[in-house]
Design a protein around this ligand. Sequence first.
Ligand code: 26Q
Length: 821
Amino acid sequence: RCELSNRTGMDSETLKRAFLNNLFYVQGKFPALATTNDYYMALAYTVRDRLLQRWINTAATYTELGSRTVAYFSAEFLMGPHLGNNLINLGIYDQVEQGMAELGLSLDELQEEEEEPGLGNGGLGRLAACYLDSLATLDIPSLGYGIRYEFGIFDQDIRDGWQVERTDKWLSAGNPWEIARPEWSVEIKLGGHTEHYTDDHGNYRSRWVPDQVVKGIPYDTPILGYQTNTANTLRLWTAEAPESFDFRSFNSGDYLGAVYEKMISENISKVLYPNDDSSQGKQLRLTQQFFFVSCSLQDMIRILHGQNLPLENFHKKFAVQLNDTHPAISVVELMRLLIDHHQMDWEQAWTITHQTFAYTNHTLLPEALERWPIELFGSLLPRHLELIYEINQRFLDEVRIKFPDDEERMIRMSLIDESGERYVRMAHLACVGSHAINGVAALHTELLQKDVLRDFYEMYPHKFTNKTNGVTPRRFMVLSNSQLSKLITSKIGDSWIKNLKELQQLEQFVDDAGFQVEWRRIKQHSKTELATYIQNNNNITVDPDSLFDIQAKRFHEYKRQHLSLLHIVTLYNRIKANPDIEITPRTFIFGGKAAPGYFMAKLIIKLINSVGNVVNRDPDVRGRLKVVFLKDYNVKLAQRIYPAADLSEQISTAGKEASGTGNMKFALNGALTIGTLDGANVEIREEVGEENFFLFGLTTEEVYHKRAHGYRSRDYYHTNAELKLAIDRIASGFFSQGDAELFRPLVDDLLNQDQYFLFADYASYIACQDQVAAVYKDQTKWTRMSILNAARMGKFSSDRSIEDYCRDIWKVEPVNVELRQ
Ligand code: 26Q
């Protein structure tokens, strides 16, 4: 009894006892010798015990019922720290905080100790994590499948203003949240060639003779829903050399050769690729994609057989969502497994395959569409290349029937790009092999249909739907902004946490002076906490009464962090011209990583730090402007940032940002948005009301039009005096100790190319920012707008997104889990 309650009891006394028990029996420490990490681990195991009960009951329920299951295939899962989130979802955060305090420990400090699993680059990986939270919260049977990278996204340091990358050793202190399942390991093949033969029934068949075999080992992490017993699974694969390999080489005496091969095999899951656009086609990246896809599909077939279901039911048992084209090779791998391993005929295999998969597109940048050189593809996956040719032939036959005598269209739509060096087009493969295709915001889906995937939309209009992104209010409100969450709950009850639309009820308090004061006090509190963090980390003193103007996201020219810089330099120039000028004090905060090989993005980071060094110290400024670059932006830091923002910068060139999700997290926490009509900004503005949103800039159509008619950025430079002054200041070396060369690549690019239309949007942006400053002076008006923003963000819960996917694409229903033991 005591043993059981030690592992499951939820009251604060039992939790304390269990914690000390784990400290002793798992960490092997007593309090006098325990480090903070020992305490963190003991608490993590205490929480994990409570998850296990729910996890096992969930698995048992799904197995018994043979429930239809969603499999979310993603090369990235940017989960963020587990401890706090699990405490929230278990409903024991406050008890544990209290219990730890009684033991003289701070829960905040223990949470700080957790190394977050940074197994993603940014938006796409974090979306996958929000979706797992919502799937569990909505009691939908589901599995997340991906790669257990040994090194996740790099840690970012800043030296002399430049980004420096350090490896992310997230596993070095051990990972208490996962359980290895070596008994479910699978083998995958790589390389080699194919052989053709005639089988016993006289059928012409192909056989893959690989030259390498690798073992995939699954590691499972429980994903608990909020206030439910459902605990789903995130299953990540690690690559190892198969034991038989050692054995073979040992026999042939080539010990070092065997060790070398082992090392090569283990490379596959070593490191996450840190670029979030797929510029260069590296063989290892394709190997990673195939590795996790093949492991996962084999695992699903094992599960199907385990439930005594026939293979013909694969698509009835599983709905697979492809998170972008990174797992698109699935389409071919499932065909191969069905045909080569299970002797299914082509038609049936194809029916099962395309009814299984659905594809989410996350990009509008043509240069980011994945394609693999045929040579590389064929040398790694020779059998898959054969199957692609066959899929392509049948597909092009269909195109020919639907659009006769349209050779150009066939060339455009082919799975193979033959315009120069030949490539496999992964987006085309995903479109052909899926029964559903979606974009991630209304504008994005519309642009996919009109532009990027236009031919596919004309071919298969019924496949296309929009699924606007969402974010989980558990992590990004309840956990990260507990004061605001408690204030909201005190007014409208706590059901908004599972039903975010209920936030709308806050509108009745928008003119309630007492509520406004509380709202403002909490924002002020979060700003003060961030100010302390900035003091400790950047040694910069910022004023919590100033307007906190924040842009936090990956660095990319299309996201235009440098447009915000032009605004900063413009304000600085105004002060230099007239030090007594009346100006709304602002703190500009940036956070984000640049891909290690992306020179221009790194130069923009350097420029932010250079401008900060001058502006922050200039006595004429009198502390009215501060510029802060927060290093190593990750989920943990994001949770500190969103609650502290007054203004959220969502300023990408119209038509470039597929959705954005940071925009949602900021607004949900009461920040006002300054933004373009891009991605989900359009829908956010629609929801919160145009009078509560700072809009500026060209529309997508205007951008297209300008580009088509010869955009000349230099004309704007010559006709806008403030713009010229800002650019000249940067170009002169003013921010780089007189070095006029340092920022020349950036300045030259803006004057000569400016492919992201910064100069075209500059005047509109500055005018809009002047508006922002004016409104901020009226704190009552600002607070009203802030409350209305949060109150109207209900649509952007990831619960709503998941409900849309379940209804329109996956056709899957909730399954209730009872606690039986
Ligand atoms: C592909 C091949 C090789 C190497 C890297 C990649 C790669 C990796 C990551 C390509 C793209 C990504 C990530 C893309 C991404 O994060 N896209 C964002 O997705 C969000 C969720 O839908 C949207 O909100 C953002 O607008 C979109 O930019």
